[in-house]
Design a protein around this ligand. Structure first.
Ligand SMILES: *Cc1c(COP(=O)(O)O)cnc(C)c1O
Length: 454
């Protein structure tokens, strides 16, 4: 019989613990610093905006963390997610490489983000939180958390970056369908939003601004906490269910990847797939790990590793990460979920330690590969996902040139059915590439010189 196209785990085989890479890193992540004192932040500082059970996860160094039963029960709505072999793409490329991908587009919100939205809503619920505030860029996180809050009976307010609010009305409608309240950011509802609107009434907004608004909402509204869909350690932890499933699925077909690839915005889907494999790598396995990002927002490939704020209004702790600067204004780019100035400190540290190779890809190359994918594998990828596809195709073509068999595994982080305007613009020849200017990186670096170095 021919090799399977889809590899399924039974529901009973769903991983029951998350993997915490903090237990295995050769160099521990540097501590986040308090923005005022510049001393390491303690759990009490974080508990102003997060429930204590998630703060404990944020600083946890245990290798394995049990997934609570009520969380597993909800994850089973779509997990274990299928692992696919991209046979049609392999054939179209004429490559000797085998290309596998885990399909995170099967979740209710259409991406990997519900993997952390569900546990975050659960931990808030049992802590006693009544309402959450969050930000969303392209709308993927806002819709995932809307779905999760509905499951656990929490209210949700979403600050959605203005340009996406206008360009992606369907994401907003999804949030409303799941019962959340979604407003354009900057809004008139927060002091941070009003200050920015007073200075720049026509601003398209940014994730950094929307985070400032959501945090302000959380600290000024009773029974309200803040939730973040990427970057933080507990988010990376929740996403490792992806890689743990993929490891079991690869074993079912007696295979193991030579190359593991994910696209990186804040780092969560990339970490989710790759961290269990990086654990193997730390313990001697030969596996190459690639983080694919946009050339227009080159956080890992060109931005320095330093202490920076997670938001524009400098309300978050200083995080040790690769950063383009907290006042970063996103360039025109359709992969909205990859337009963040910072990066997960865990992913950043592993890049510094040489365990991850970052690569950047231009938008037109990504769309070309997304189209090739849609026309061979059928599923239309999110523009973010197309960066991982570009890297996988590059690796598959290299395998062909070298005449080498190679096993490639990529994280298919989400579908692009809410992002068809980007495809339309590409097909109409309206998109162009954008190289992030070095002077903008230099300016951000200079502005951060006053803060400690990690
Ligand atoms: C949000 C998103 C990303 C980028 O976020 P990460 O935290 O880097 O994973 C990538 N792909 C899709 C489909 C997304 O929704």
């Amino acid at each position: 019989m021919s090799e399977p196209t889809k590899i399924f785990l039974n529901e009973s085989e769903i991983p029951r613990q998350w993997y915490n890479i903090a237990a295995d890193m050769p160099h521990a992540m540097k501590p986040p610093l308090h923005p005022g004192t510049q001393q390491p932040v303690g759990p009490d500082d974080l508990s102003a905006i997060f429930p204590m059970n998630l703060v404990e996860q944020e600083v946890c160094t245990d290798r394995w963390v049990d997934i609570p039963e009520p969380v597993l029960e909800k994850l089973l709505l779509w997990r274990p997610s299928p692992l696919y072999r991209a046979k049609n793409l392999e054939k179209a490329l004429g490559t000797p490489a085998k290309i596998y991908y885990n399909n995170e587009g099967v979740s209710p919100a259409g991406s990997h983000k519900p993997n952390t939205a569900v546990p975050q809503a659960y931990y808030n619920k049992i802590f006693g939180t009544k309402r959450l505030a969050t930000e969303t860029g392209a709308g993927q996180w806002g819709s995932a958390l809307s779905f999760a809050c509905q499951l656990f009976g929490l209210e949700l307010k979403v600050y959605m970056v203005r340009i996406s609010f206008d360009q992606k009305p369907f994401r907003k409608m999804m949030m409303q369908t799941w019962g959340a309240d979604c407003v354009a950011s900057p809004s008139l509802e927060t002091a941070a939003g009003r200050a920015i609107l007073a200075e720049h009434p026509d601003t398209p907004g940014s994730l950094g601004i929307a985070i400032s608004e959501a945090i302000e909402d959380a600290v000024t509204t009773p029974n309200t906490k803040y939730a973040l869909g990427s970057v933080l350690n507990h988010v990376m932890l929740h996403q490792t269910i992806i890689g743990l499933e993929a490891q079991k699925q690869m074993a079912m077909v007696n295979d193991y990847p030579d190359v593991v690839i994910g696209c990186a915005g804040g780092g969560s889907n990339f970490a989710g797939l790759s961290f269990p494999f990086i654990c193997d790598k730390i313990h001697g396995k030969n596996v190459h790990v690639i983080a694919a990002e946009p050339a227009a927002c080159p956080t890992l490939t060109r931005a320095p590793f330093l202490y920076d704020f997670g938001d524009t209004a400098k309300m978050t702790p200083l995080l040790p990460m690769h950063s383009l600067g907290h006042d970063f204004v996103p360039p025109p780019l359709h992969a909205g979920g990859l337009r963040y100035h910072g990066m997960s400190p865990l992913v950043s540290q592993l890049v510094v330690d040489g365990l991850i190779e970052p690569r950047s890809y231009h938008q037109l190359n990504c769309y070309e590969n997304a189209l090739l994918w849609a026309r061979t594998e059928g599923f239309i990828p999110a523009p973010e996902t197309s960066h991982a596809i570009a890297a996988a195709v590059e690796e598959a073509k290299r395998a062909k040139e070298e005449g080498k068999e190679k096993t490639i595994l990529l994280n298919w982080s989400g579908h692009g059915l809410m992002d068809l305007k980007g495809y339309a613009a590409y097909l109409a020849g309206e998109l162009s590439d954008y190289e992030y200017p070095q002077e903008d990186i230099d300016r951000a670096l200079a502005a951060l010189a006053q803060y400690p170095k990690p």
